[in-house]
Structure formats: structure tokens, C-alpha cells
Write a protein that binds this ligand. Structure first.
Ligand code: IMP
Length: 185
């Protein structure tokens, strides 16, 4: 439900943080940087589902250099690692050898997802590997990760909209909303 600049998901209330116009403007800049950096390269985007579906679509419409795109998911399960959670990349059904790969992510938080993804892509022969995220929460980082393209660096506050969800809801919202009053959902 949307009421002016606020939305409610379950018992949580969110307020607009980045509107669709600001998001579009920043994506235009990111795409311009990528177009300049990857001219003449063999460019492959790997989009991380579900969260980055909207960002990937809008970013790719602004990419003018020849490119391909593929979609993968990250499966999390409890494992033997001391962190208690193991992440595995699933659905990569193609060769990446020789490609300059740009991973497209919605948000980098602790960095553990990106660490797992880059680890599983390394050794597959990519010419280069870089990360493009719409949002970055540097305060939450638990592992060091080099993020090459960042849309917005944001404070430690839970966000929904534009692909990002709370328990599956909110992905459809065209703006990005921030949780009101509390630190985390
Ligand atoms: P990380 O492994 O901690 O970096 O987490 C990355 C993933 O956590 C993202 O791809 C999102 O799915 C999820 N996530 C982290 N912060 C938020 C948020 O504020 N809203 C929605 N999802 C989030």
C-alpha cells in the first residue's frame, strides 16, 4: 500500500529515500562509465537474481557497447563453515572464458554474497571480473571486497523497492524506500 511518500509492508513503515528520477539519473552515469571502460571488449554482464532484475534491465538499456547478459541466483544454506551459512552460485549455464565480466548486484551489505560469487567465478578463465552495484552499505562490511561501480553509497538502514524486498514484498516499487525509525528490519 502506498500513501504519498510512504509505504507499509506488514508492520513496517518505509519512507522514500531515492526516487525513480534520481535512480535513473545515476544509472545513466554508471552506464556511461561502463560504456567508456568496456569499448572494444568482450563484455558479459552476470545479473544476480532476484534483487537486481530491475537495475539490470534499466542499466542494460543504457549500455551502447556490444554485450551479452546472463542471470544467476545465489543459494544460501547452513553448512559446516563457522559463519553457519554457505553461499553457492547456481544457474551459470555458459562459458565465461575470455569475457570481461561485470557482475550486476542490487546491494552490497556484509560483502559475503559478492565474495562467494567472485570466488566461484574465479578460475573460469574470465579476462576480467568487476562488480557493479546499485547500492552499497559500507558500514556493514564484514569482508573486504572491491566494488568497481557504485550507484549510491547509503547508511545502514534497511531499504526496499526497485528490486529490493522485505520477505518477498516491495520489489515492484519504482522508488527506493528506507525503513522508518529503526536500524534494521
Ligand atoms: P551481503 O551478502 O550481506 O552483502 O548481502 C547482500 C544481499 O542481502 C543483497 O543481495 C540483498 O538481497 C540483501 N540485502 C542486504 N541489505 C538489504 C536491504 O537493505 N534491503 C533488502 N535486501 C538487502
Amino acid at each position: 500500500m502506498k500513501d504519498g511518500q510512504e509505504v507499509a509492508i506488514g508492520s513496517y513503515r518505509f519512507e522514500v529515500f531515492l526516487d525513480a528520477q534520481a535512480i535513473e539519473g545515476r544509472i545513466t552515469e554508471l552506464a556511461a562509465n561502463i560504456n567508456a571502460d568496456y569499448a572494444g571488449k568482450k563484455l558479459l554482464f552476470i545479473s544476480i537474481l532476484n534483487g537486481s532484475f530491475m537495475f539490470t534491465a534499466d542499466l542494460l538499456k543504457k549500455i551502447s557497447v556490444p554485450c551479452e547478459v546472463s542471470f544467476v541466483k545465489v543459494a544460501s544454506y547452513s553448512g559446516t563453515a563457522s559463519s553457519g551459512s554457505v553461499k553457492e552460485l547456481i544457474g551459470l549455464d555458459r562459458e565465461i572464458s575470455g569475457y570481461d565480466v561485470v557482475i550486476v548486484e542490487d546491494i552490497v551489505d556484509t560483502g559475503r554474497t559478492m565474495e562467494a560469487i567472485t570466488q566461484s567465478l574465479r578460475g573460469k578463465g574470465a579476462a576480467s571480473l568487476s562488480i557493479c552495484t546499485l547500492l552499497d552499505k559500507p558500514e556493514r562490511r564484514e569482508v573486504e571486497i572491491k566494488v568497481d561501480y557504485i550507484g549510491f553509497s547509503i547508511p545502514d538502514r534497511f531499504v526496499v523497492g526497485y528490486g529490493l524486498d522485505l520477505d518477498g514484498f516491495g520489489r515492484n516499487l519504482p522508488d527506493i524506500y528506507q525503513l522508518k525509525n529503526t536500524e534494521h528490519a
